[in-house]
Design a protein around this ligand. Structure first.
Ligand code: ZN
Ligand code: ZN
Length: 298
């Protein structure tokens, strides 16, 4: 995302001399965010941080994740502009700041903030460590396994499958539309962050994805938190299957390297995960180090 904005800006300055004044103004006034409607009532918002999903209904708007305070404000303004409905519910897929820092913007707008119980505990712990408690809006409703509610014509369910990216990730399923927001349980063709400080488990992540692959059907549309440049944050079940395979490939690669006597430093030098060449770009050392941490103790 940052790279794309940088490229746009660079192209703008390079082309500035040759492009007419009107065109430059048009490019410069383009909003930094994007809204995409997936149905009449469900859409996604991307600016920076984790993808946000929203659902309009006669009972009010449900929002899944909140990015950062500045981008959350862009979302709130835009949703209000499009339809004058009150906010009914804010859901956090998990506690990371790129999904919850914008919660604070909903402080006077929404009565309920919902997340898995571990997500709340993690958010509190991180905020206390960073002395940023005053910048948080914590979930005031939590669940442990499953949560369901009818909102408007939609049936919304949250399911917790176990430790994975953190120990508090849940999947929000808009059952009638058959759209599921999986948060950071899927990184589409992008190397993931594995947050061991918040109870993550790469090995269990594979099982969590197996459960999700079984639970949702072949028509379910999935929304994920992050994707690599030129890859979508939205996809079918194949997006989950490919990421599950990637995690298995990382674990197998690192396991084999440990068995052959390689040191951690040597393992972290790898530039590609065998079997998952589509995962390119920055951050490969993160999953390698996480796999090493898990496998070198077992
Ligand atoms: Zn994220
Ligand atoms: Zn995350």
């Amino acid at each position: 995302m940052h790279r794309r904005i940088f490229l746009q800006n660079s192209l703008l300055s390079l082309g500035a001399l040759s492009i007419g004044k009107q065109k430059i103004l048009k490019v410069m006034s383009t909003d930094p965010w994007k809204i995409r409607m997936l149905t009449d009532s469900i859409g996604i918002f991307t600016e920076k941080g984790g993808t946000i999903a929203f659902h309009y209904s006669k009972d009010g708007i449900t929002v899944v994740d909140a990015q950062f305070p500045d981008s959350a404000q862009h979302l709130i303004d835009e949703l209000k502009k499009r339809k004058d409905q009150p906010f009914r519910l804010l859901i956090n897929t998990h506690h990371h700041g790129d999904h919850t820092a914008g919660n604070i913007d909903f402080k006077d707008l929404v009565k309920r903030v919902l997340a898995h119980e571990n997500s709340l505990a993690n958010q509190k712990k991180v905020a206390e460590n960073n002395h940023s408690e005053d910048k948080q809006l914590y979930p005031n409703f939590t669940f442990s396994k499953e949560w369901n509610e009818d909102i408007g014509h939609e049936k919304i369910s949250l399911t917790y499958f176990g430790a994975a990216h953190t120990n508090g990730d849940s999947i929000t399923h808009f059952q009638k539309a058959n759209i599921a927001h999986v948060g950071d349980l899927v990184f589409n063709r992008r190397h993931p962050f594995v947050d061991h400080s918040a109870g993550a488990s790469m090995q269990n992540w594979v099982k969590v994805l197996e459960s999700a692959i079984k639970k949702y059907d072949n028509k379910t549309v999935f929304i994920c938190g992050h994707s690599a440049n030129n890859y979508d944050v939205k996809g079918g079940k194949d997006m989950l299957v490919a990421f599950q395979k990637y995690l298995e490939n990382v674990l197998k690669f690192v396991g084999d390297e440990i068995k052959s006597g390689k040191s951690k430093d040597e393992i972290l030098k790898a530039t590609e995960i065998p079997g998952s060449p589509e995962w390119r770009g920055d951050g490969i050392e993160r999953p390698l180090a996480a796999a090493y941490e898990e496998l070198s103790v077992s």
